[in-house]
Structures are given as structure tokens and as C-alpha cells.
Design a protein around this ligand. Structure first.
Ligand code: SER
Length: 318
């Protein structure tokens, strides 16, 4: 086991809950502290209540456990963010600045900050979006991620800190549910399919978006954080690619296993957000710098999702 002690902020979210368990296997149970403004459903880790806007409490938690690394996952996502733009800006930006400042003062060894495909906008090339391109997002969530990426790079360059980041596509996993994002439909659709319900999609049939399977994204995050610092050439945030598909394509992939499954379409305000994001992402820099490789394609992801959710819902379906 390694000597670091990790604080995960936003640990009860879609990604945090899975990342917490993974980090426990690497650093040991006592060295992974999870925190959130929501209590965990089951206490599977050491947990501290933490509102990221409360600087004093953040400092107290870091001191209590002698934290050496922070994974700062707490944020309001794209769709929820549009309902309260100023609050979203405050939580996403001030939250990050609180973390960066404390990490600087306490000389933490590493910080992880997730960025997103939401940094891209209508002027960005849609197909195979390059690492370095126009970043003019349409959502306040995207704006906060662009600014956040730049703050991370600023702290790295100005103070010599080690901060790392990935631009996550929509994350798909059976372990947890997303909340408030535009890509959330791609998790929900599997739950409906397994429960033998039909699915009403809030995006149009042909709207393609970059997505990634949970196993890939967790592995990618750990690989990035494990890479030698000298290999990390991008200090804003790395493009990361998984698999791109439309609601129609994922429906067809599910129908190979559940032929009776049906999707209908009722696009809402999230359609415009989706249309401002790319179809597919060029992640060659991540491949080159730290050996990133996607493992799951649409077929593999669909098979595993249906298998795992089938197990999960077995008592309900029996
Ligand atoms: N999954 C996020 C969202 O839809 C994108 O990072 O908001």
C-alpha cells in the first residue's frame, strides 16, 4: 500500500462512489476519505460531511487526516446548471479555488480535477475534436470547466503544483446513477430496458455524443494520476475518448439482447446543449503522453451493462 492519504470531494456522485472503492484497493481503507453534502446510502468508507464552499471545514478535514492528495469531483452538471447559473458558477468555481488554494498552502502532492466535453461549443470542430481548439461553451457548467482548467494550469505553472485533469465524455456505469447531466439518458436507458419498460429520450434519435464506460474512465483516471509528472504535457485537461453513439444506435445495441425494447423521442432543452458538444474526440495526446487506451466499445459496454444490471435487479424481476 502507498503512503498517501486521499480526500475525495463529491464522493457520493456517479463517479465518486466508484472511484472511492478503487482508490481504497490502492491506498487502503484508512487512507481514502470520502466527503459530500449528501450522506452515503451505505457507509463503505470513512466519511466526512463537507460543503466545498466551507473553506474552514475543508481545511479541518485535510488536517484531521493529514490528507496529501485531493480528488475534487463536486460540481453541478450541465442541465442542472442551467436552472441556476450563478449558484452553479459559485459552487463550481469557488469550490475549485478553495481546493487549489488549500492544496498550495498545505503543499499537497497531487490534485485531480475532472473537466468535461462541455468545454467545447458550437464553433468547435465536431468530429474528432482536437486537444487544442476553440473553447466557447454554451452552458455555465462548460464555462466553469474552461475557467477551472485554466486555473489548474495557472497553479501548476505559477506554484509548481501537480494538478491533473481529464475532459470526461458522458460516463456510463451500472454501479451508480448520474444526476443533472445531458448525457444521463445513456445510463437511464439501460435501467428501463432491464426493467422491461420503454424509454422516452430527451434527445433526438440521431444526436451523437462522446461517452465512456465506467471501467475505462476509472482506469484512465488512475493511470493519469500514476503517470510520471514529466510525462504530463497538458496541464489544462486531456481530451479523453471512449465510444460515440446516438440514442438510436444505443437502442439498437440494446435490442440485440432485448428485441422488444423501444425508445421514443421527446427532446427538451437538453437537445440544444447536446448539439453544442462534439460527436467524437481526438485523444491522441493522452495516448502519446501516458499510454491511454479505451477498452470498451458500444457492443462491449452494452453487454456488460445489461449483464450487471440484470444481476442487480434480479430480486425485483424475479
Ligand atoms: N456528463 C456531463 C453532463 O452531461 C458532461 O460532462 O453534464
Amino acid at each position: 500500500m502507498r503512503k498517501d492519504t486521499i480526500l475525495i470531494i463529491g464522493a457520493n456522485g456517479q463517479l465518486g462512489s466508484v472511484l472511492t472503492e478503487k482508490l481504497q484497493t490502492i491506498f487502503g481503507y484508512d487512507h481514502v476519505i470520502s466527503s459530500d453534502i449528501r450522506q452515503p446510502a451505505e457507509e463503505k468508507s470513512i466519511f466526512e460531511y463537507l460543503d466545498i464552499l466551507d473553506k474552514k471545514r475543508l481545511e479541518a478535514v485535510v488536517e484531521k487526516y493529514q490528507v496529501t492528495q485531493i480528488y475534487h469531483l463536486a460540481a453541478i452538471l450541465s442541465a442542472s446548471g442551467e436552472k441556476n447559473p450563478l449558484k452553479t458558477w459559485d459552487i463550481n468555481m469557488q469550490g475549485l479555488l478553495n481546493v487549489l488554494e488549500l492544496a498550495r498552502v498545505k503543499k499537497l502532492s497531487k490534485v485531480y480535477f475532472p473537466s468535461s466535453i462541455a468545454v467545447f461549443g458550437l464553433e468547435t470542430p465536431r468530429i474528432n475534436t482536437p486537444q487544442h481548439t476553440v473553447l466557447a461553451p454554451t452552458t455555465v457548467y462548460g464555462m466553469s470547466k474552461v475557467a477551472g482548467e485554466n486555473w489548474c494550469q495557472y497553479y501548476c505553472k505559477r506554484y509548481g503544483m501537480d494538478i491533473r485533469s481529464l475532459r470526461y465524455p458522458g460516463v456510463i456505469g451500472y454501479q451508480s446513477l448520474p444526476g443533472g447531466g445531458t448525457t444521463d439518458y445513456a445510463v437511464d436507458i439501460f435501467h428501463k430496458a432491464i426493467l422491461k419498460e420503454s424509454f422516452v429520450c430527451f434527445l433526438e434519435a440521431e444526436t451523437k455524443l462522446p461517452m465512456i464506460y465506467m471501467d475505462d474512465v476509472i482506469r484512465g483516471t488512475i493511470e493519469l494520476m500514476d503517470a510520471p509528472s514529466s510525462d504530463i504535457s497538458i496541464r489544462t485537461s486531456y481530451n479523453l475518448s471512449g465510444v460515440s453513439f446516438s440514442p438510436k444506435e444505443i437502442t439498437e445495441a440494446i435490442q440485440k439482447y432485448i428485441p422488444s425494447f423501444k425508445t421514443s423521442y421527446s427532446p427538451d432543452f437538453r437537445q440544444a446543449i447536446a448539439e453544442s458538444w462534439p460527436d467524437s474526440i481526438d485523444d491522441s495526446q493522452a495516448k502519446k503522453d501516458w499510454g491511454w487506451k479505451t477498452m470498451y466499445d458500444l457492443e462491449g459496454m452494452t453487454e456488460d451493462m445489461l449483464f450487471q444490471l440484470g444481476k442487480k435487479y434480479k430480486p425485483v424481476l424475479a
